[in-house]
Every structure is written in structure tokens, then in C-alpha cells.
Ligand binder design. Structure first.
Ligand code: GLN
Length: 447
């Protein structure tokens, strides 16, 4: 079914960079055979999963949608891949993304164009736009994305699917190509909350190969989804609601608030006063970390090397100049600048202080509420090309999502109807660190 749907729709949507058709069919048949023989099969047996192309599957390409890694074959499985294999999921293929996960529309891919399945003139969002488009178009029931500043929730909102950014430390990043190491998380995408919970359960939990992995046992979220629990206390952060919001998104939020109230929830007005500094802090920290993480792509150890002759230094410079795209170069320059002597104190250190303030804002808010509810994005999916030449406009697409990454807390975007043009609206719920199970229950209630 999945292969048929890809055949029918992916020509116009362009969600996949690679479909592992033969291996997937072989694996699915093998699972069928084991099931028929009465053998035990895993929790995701036979379910096709698409993976963002910055997650390693041994023996497969991991391109990060970059020319510099176009021919790079991963020598090992990411921990999430090992766990998906144990769960008997079928790893169907790799999805398109912004190059090295830097972007909010998937248009910065060097290897393909992805369009929004709801309207092919619009972007799917990014950077995990291939994964969310694949689920939205019915090509796969489940997909993995990664989020550094919003790359799961924002494209999930644009495509009308559910996407979860787990708590920092909850899901192993071993085998995920690093972008901003203090922010990155892998997370699940599905058509509904139950699907997200099942995929999350398969990948979450401590991992010895990731030093930032939280050493806290994971209690499966899926079985407890329908448990009523105590009535929810929901905070509405006023800084996310001040002007600028597309009217239909505001209406969708009011609507959901009314439904939660009817279901017995208490709605509380809360303040996250440092929200206005989040984008500035995020783009300093993320680019600083990226400039360091991407130093390893030098034409020697991975992927692409220039054809030009020259000395070693020329080879480094040319390989990087030819291999990286424009946005990636912009980030490396920005990050290197703000880490350099004389600017470090003025930019990077200030950004870290803002980050602490943002963490404290959330801690205070969660003294009074279980979850926070806010729009995922200020607008629905924008037109392809609309922000391509305006980096600031592109960066502002993340205005509501980056705070959860800066604070390391879990956050989930869920579909909440459509705007007047039929484009999906996304609303997000945020919870305290490692509070995924309560978060998923609250989201399930909203469906
Ligand atoms: N759009 C943001 C950025 O470009 C977030 C990306 C992400 O979460 N990977 O950095």
C-alpha cells in the first residue's frame, strides 16, 4: 500500500530522497512469515516508517540533503534505527529536508524539492518537511524527523499531521548527524496522537552511546493515552498571542480552549516574559554549535572532495565551498563570528544567559499548570519561494517553536482544522522536562 501511494503521489510531492523498495518488501514478507508461523513479532511489526535523511541506517546513504554527503554511506545504525528494527518496523526510505536541517521550508535541500500535499504551490515546512509530507500524503503511517528549533512541529503544522519533539535526552541522538548538539532531538510524526505515541515508545529511553541521554527509564505512553487522570490545568502564554497571528489560527486556538474547558480543564493565563529574545538567542547558539559540528566535513573523511588540484588548505576550502549550500555557509559564518575572540562575550555568552532566563520562565509557568497551549506557527504554509531570499523572514517562521528546544522540554503540534484556503492549522502543547506521557494524554484529549 505504501509503495503504491508513493508511486501515485511522490512524483508531485517529492517527499522521498530514496525508497528502499526491495529491502522493504523482503522485510515485510519475512515479518508475515514469522507471524504466520506463530513467532513473536515486534510492536511496530510491518508498519512502514520513513526516516529523515540525517539519521543513519547501516549500508544506506545519509545525505542530509547536501552535496557534500551525497555519496556518503552510513557505516552503522543510529540507536533509533536499531530500536525500530527490534520493533519489526519496515524502514521504507529516506526523506527530503533542508540541508543539514537548516531551514523552515525544506527548500534549502540540494537534492530535491518537496511540496505541501495539501497545496502544491505551498511549502511543507521544514526542516523535516519530507517526513511530514510523506505522512500527510498517506505514503507512510509513521515517520521520524529531527528538531533543533522547530523542525518537527512547524512542518507537522503546515502539513496537518501530529509531530512530537521529545525532551532533550529522551531519545538517543547516536547516529543523527549533529546540527546544534545542545538542541537536537529526534522525534515521531504520524497522522494521529496514538501513532506518535507508539513510535515514540519504540525509540525513547536511555542509550549508552549518547552521553546526553537521560538515564531515566521510559514508561510507555501509548497504553496510558486514554487514562483520564486529574483534570488538566492548561496555561495560555500571553506572549504567543500578542498580535501578528493569522485570524483563523487565533480562532482555532479559541475553539480548542473552549473544548478543553467543556472537558473540565482549567485555563490559566501565564507569562513567559523572555520569549521575545528567543529567536536571537536561538540563532546564535544553533549557528555557533553548527559551525563547530560541521568542521568535520573537510573533504577528507566524509563524502565530497573537490576535483581541483592544490595544496591541503586549498582542498579544504574548495571542498567546503563547492559542497555546502548557501544557507549552510551563512550559518557557519555566523556561528564562527559569534564564537570568535572579542565577540564571544557579547553574543554567545549573552545568548546563553537568555537561554537560562527562558528555562526559568517555563519552570515558573509549570508551577501552576500541567501543559501550555499555543499556536505552532504565526501563519499556515507559505508559498514556495516566498521567503527564499529573506533569511530573517525564514528565521521568524520558528518564532513559536524555538523556546521548547532552548529549554529542552517536550512539545507536540497537533492539527486543528484549516484556514480559509484549506491549509492545515497546527497548535502546540508544551510540558515540563520528561513530561511526555502527560503531554500525549493532553493531546489525545484534544483530538
Ligand atoms: N528552522 C530552524 C533552523 O533553521 C530549525 C531547524 C531545525 O529544527 N532543525 O535552524
Amino acid at each position: 500500500e505504501a509503495l503504491g501511494a508513493i508511486e501515485a503521489r511522490d512524483g508531485e510531492v517529492g517527499a522521498f530522497l530514496k525508497v528502499h523498495e526491495e529491502a522493504a518488501v523482503t522485510q515485510a514478507r519475512d515479518i508475515d512469515r514469522r507471524r504466520a508461523a506463530g513467532e513473536q513479532v515486534g510492536a511496530l511489526a510491518g508498519l512502514p516508517v520513513a526516516l529523515k535523511d540525517n539519521i543513519n541506517i547501516e549500508g544506506r546513504r545519509t545525505t542530509c540533503a547536501s552535496k557534500i554527503l551525497e555519496n556518503f554511506t552510513a557505516p552503522f545504525d543510529a540507536t533509533v534505527v536499531t530500536r525500530l528494527k527490534q520493533a519489526d518496523a519496515v524502514l521504507l526510505g529516506k526523506t527530503n529536508m533542508d540541508e543539514f536541517a537548516m531551514g523552515s521550508s525544506s527548500e534549502f535541500s540540494a537534492l530535491g524539492t518537496t511540496r505541501n500535499p495539501h497545496n502544491l504551490e505551498r511549502v511543507p515546512g521544514g526542516s523535516s518537511g519530507g517526513s511530514t509530507a510523506a505522512v500527510a500524503a498517506g505514503m507512510v503511517p509513521l515517520a521520524l524527523g529531527s528538531s533543533t528549533g522547530g523542525s518537527i512541529r512547524q512542518p507537522a503544522a503546515f502539513c496537518g499531521v501530529v509531530g512530537l519533539k521529545p525532551s532533550y535526552g529522551r531519545v538517543s541522538r547516536y547516529g543523527l548527524v549533529a546540527y546544534g548538539s545542545s538542541l537536537d532531538q529526534i522525534g515521531p510524526v504520524a497522522a494521529d496522537v496514538a501513532g506518535v505515541a507508539r513510535l515514540y515508545d519504540a525509540i525513547a529511553g536511555p542509550c549508552d552511546r549518547d552521553a546526553t541521554s537521560a538515564q531515566v527509564a521510559h514508561t510507555p505512553a501509548f497504553p496510558g493515552l486514554t487514562e483520564p487522570g486529574a483534570p488538566l490545568r492548561i496555561g495560555l502564554p500571553r506572549e504567543f498571542l500578542d498580535g501578528g497571528l493569522q485570524p483563523e489560527i487565533q480562532a482555532a486556538l479559541n475553539n480548542l480552549v473552549a473544548r478543553y474547558r467543556e472537558a473540565g480543564a482549567t485555563i490559566v493565563d501565564v507569562s513567559l516574559p523572555h520569549t521575545e529574545y528567543a529567536i536571537s538567542a536561538y540563532y546564535l547558539i544553533a549557528t555557533a554549535e553548527a559551525s563547530s559540528n560541521l568542521a568535520r566535513f573537510d573533504g577528507v573523511r566524509y563524502g565530497f572532495r573537490t576535483q581541483e588540484d592544490g595544496n591541503l588548505r586549498d582542498m579544504y576550502v574548495r571542498s567546503r565551498s563547492e559542497g555546502f549550500g548557501m544557507e549552510v555557509k551563512r550559518r557557519i559564518l555566523l556561528g564562527t563570528y559569534c564564537l570568535s575572540s572579542g565577540y564571544y562575550e557579547g553574543y554567545y555568552l549573552q545568548a546563553q544567559k537568555v537561554r537560562t532566563k527562558i528555562i526559568e520562565d517555563f519552570q515558573k509557568a509549570f508551577e501552576h499548570v500541567d501543559v501550555l497551549l499555543a499556536p505552532t506557527t504565526p501563519t499556515t504554509a507559505f508559498a514556495a519561494g516566498a521567503k527564499l531570499d529573506d533569511p530573517m523572514a525564514m528565521y521568524l517562521a520558528d518564532i513559536f517553536t524555538v523556546t521548547a528546544n532552548l529549554a529542552g522540554i517536550p512539545a507536540l503540534s497537533l492539527p486543528a482544522g484549516c484556514d480559509n484556503d484549506g491549509l492545515p492549522i497546527g497548535l502546540q502543547l508544551l510540558a515540563p522536562h520528561l513530561g511526555e506521557n502527560r503531554l500525549l494524554q493532553a493531546a489525545y484529549q484534544a483530538e
